[in-house]
Design a protein around this ligand. Structure first.
Ligand code: ADP
Length: 617
């Protein structure tokens, strides 16, 4: 229930629309009631003499015992006025008037119904939009670690599928708490005004058909959660395959992936069917029970008519219409629990995202910093990922002065990428402190810290936007001249110019239309445009073709100029240029120094590494 109220709190901005919808649903219920009530004089006109058929005395006797006098008076007054209006003139006149009124009532009913549905949909879709936006916005606040644990597809599924399920809860609460009760009141009023005994009788027998459906509620909730998980699994599979399409093809894993996907859809199929079975099993049973109840009412009412105890046949038919109109809202009300349960389950899955506290966030009053001036220091820094206790970095101590180039080398898996991920606070050290200009980076405003850093990684992510926007990504408005200048420095200008729309060319999904070397140069252009104080660079391990290699290398050198640079180095030229090389193995700095210093240590790791990795690169 708590989750449910939380979902409803999203309705607040749409109060006006809900209010409009309520007003129109009242009007709808009244017009609906009128359209049924008009059937009584219509039947009278057709089958009886019209004017003479009214028997006010017995009618009054039937109602006066349950309703207060003033209500019966108003009712009688209205009834008489209506009666007089219809039945003055010939029978044909009366028929014309009634037919016109029936038409009007139905027209109004549908008009109000339309408006009510429109305003409700507005609020409902607004809530969906807002919940999605909030969840999406929150995703950006969550630390990198979150995205390793929460599978991407699963997250997508929650934001798309679960939010859709939640949508129905807005209409459920509205329809069930507002529209249906109004309809019930209107038709109860009609039923009561026709015969209170018959109404009372109906309400003694009716509830029997309703208890059953209520019992299904708890089961449905569980089923719904299982179903949502299942669609999340499918989304996840889909995401994995699409993003890893190259690997799937390269390894000839199509049929394996097919099998996995088919198993997922089959499981969803089965779970959906069992949900459908559960949901629909309530219908035939309710229908049968309703028929039994209906038969009892007809029997009892029929007797009242036949025995002449004040109920006319036309009124009895009107009563039956009213009672049948009551069935739907009552049935809906009994299903309200089911739907609340379903949307609560989905809501919980969404709020789980929204409620995840960002582990890495600004402290109160963080330090504003717009330049890097002296040094970066690692002091006793150790780190392990959340999912394992094994230290990936162990007690690192080193200092990097402004303007230095620090090359990180070492066997794969040693912790180099992890080390550089600590600088922009993608992760925080488990122990120890990192200082920028002698300030603990945890105290610096994260946005400022990240502005000081430029990052070029091997996996260049390009967005499905124009080349121009990709280069200026996240950097606000830059003139095209500046963008072109950066592209020129990154040796990207000439290949961009050869593209169909030059700088306006939109890059295909995941940048598939451009080569690896070109992507790297685009990402270097991005970094050059950002012009950060500190560069973090993860050199490509895969060999580029000669020309590309040269162009990239040139661009990198320009990028490193006048900056403090951390580079995960794979090229000999880079390590030669480095001010200091840190050899990292199993999370520890095992050697540090310049290329020549390190080489002179015959038994050192660096020498072996150099012979294996760098010699002929
Ligand atoms: P390098 O860059 O030197 O190849 P990494 O920093 O990528 O090394 O990895 C160091 C260790 O941390 C490896 O054992 C790797 O498996 C582990 N690791 C890397 N990223 C994660 C992660 N997101 N979650 C858990 N373990 C990780």
């Amino acid at each position: 229930m708590k989750t449910y109220f939380r979902i409803l709190s999203f309705v607040k901005p749409y109060k006006k629309y809900i209010a409009s919808s309520i007003i129109f649903s009242i009007l709808y219920a009244v017009a609906n009631g009128a359209s049924i009530y008009l059937l009584i004089p219509l039947l009278d006109t057709l089958f009886l003499g019209g004017v003479s058929s009214r028997t006010p005395d017995t009618k009054e006797a039937a109602t006066s015992s349950i309703l207060p006098n003033w209500i019966s008076d108003i009712q009688k007054g209205l009834g008489d006025a209506f009666h007089n209006f219809i039945f003055t003139g010939t029978k044909i006149d009366a028929l014309t008037k009634i037919v016109f009124l029936v038409m009007l009532a139905f027209f109004l009913k549908n008009l109000f119904g339309y408006l009510q549905a429109y305003f409700l949909a507005y609020a409902e879709q607004g809530v969906v939009k807002d919940i999605r936006n909030q969840a999406y916005k929150h995703l950006h606040k969550l630390p990198m670690g979150y995205f390793k644990n929460e599978k991407t597809g699963n997250l997508i599924s929650r934001i798309i599928n679960d939010v859709s399920v939640v949508q129905s809860s807005v209409s459920t609460v509205f329809l069930n708490m507002v529209r249906e009760p109004i309809t019930i009141i209107v038709f109860m009023g009609i039923a009561l005004s026709i015969s209170w005994q018959l109404t009372l009788f109906s309400f003694i027998v009716l509830p029997f058909s309703l208890i059953f459906i209520a019992l299904l509620g708890i089961k449905l909730r569980k089923q719904s959660a299982i179903l949502q998980q299942s669609i999340a699994d499918i989304t996840n599979l889909l995401y994995e395959t699409i993003s890893g399409v190259k690997i799937v093809k390269a390894f000839g894993m199509e049929s394996y992936e097919n099998k996995k996907f088919f198993a997922g859809t089959m499981s969803y199929f089965k779970k959906t069917l069992s949900m459908v079975r559960l949901r629909n099993s309530s219908s035939p049973i309710t229908e049968f029970l309703s028929v039994v109840v209906g038969a009892l009412i007809i029997y009892y009412g029929g007797r009242l008519v036949i025995e002449g105890s004040g109920l006319k046949a036309s009124e009895f038919l009107g009563f039956l219409f009213a009672i049948f109109q009551l069935m739907t809202p009552i049935k809906e009300l009994s299903g309200v629990n089911n739907r609340i349960q379903e949307s609560s389950a989905a809501g919980e899955r969404i709020f789980e995202i929204i409620d995840t506290e960002p582990a890495i966030k600004n402290i109160e009053n963080p330090i504003v910093k717009d330049s890097f001036n002296t040094s970066i220091k690692f002091e006793n820094v150790s780190f392990h990922y959340d999912d394992s206790d094994e230290l990936v970095l162990q007690n690192l101590n080193f200092e990097v002065k402004k303007g230095e180039i620090i090359a990180l080398v070492g066997p794969s898996g040693g912790g180099k990428s992890t080390l550089v991920d600590l600088l922009p606070r993608f992760y925080d050290p488990t122990k120890g402190t990192i200082f920028f200009d002698d300030i603990d980076i945890k105290k610096i405003k994260i946005e400022d810290l990240r502005k000081l850093l430029g990052i070029v990684t091997q996996e260049t992510i390009l967005f499905n936007e124009s080349i121009k926007s990709n280069i200026a990504y996240g950097l606000g408005d830059f003139s095209i001249d500046k963008i072109i200048e950066a592209a020129k420095m990154a040796n990207a200008h000439s290949f961009i110019n050869e593209m169909p729309d030059g700088y306006e060319t939109v890059i295909g999904e995941r940048g598939l239309k451009i080569s690896g070397g070109q992507r790297q140069r685009l990402s270097i252009a991005r970094a050059l445009l950002k012009n950060p104080n500190i560069m973090i660079f993860d050199e490509a391990t895969s060999a580029l073709d000669n020309e590309s290699e040269m162009l990239v290398q040139e661009a990198i050198e320009r990028l490193m100029q006048n900056r403090t640079t951390f580079v995960i180095a794979h090229r000999l030229s880079t390590i030669r240029n480095a001010t200091k090389i840190l050899v990292i193995e199993k999370g520890k700095i095992v050697q540090a120094g310049t290329h020549n210093e390190l080489l002179s240590n015959e038994s050192g790791v660096y020498k072996k590494l150099y012979e294996m990795q760098f010699r002929d690169v």
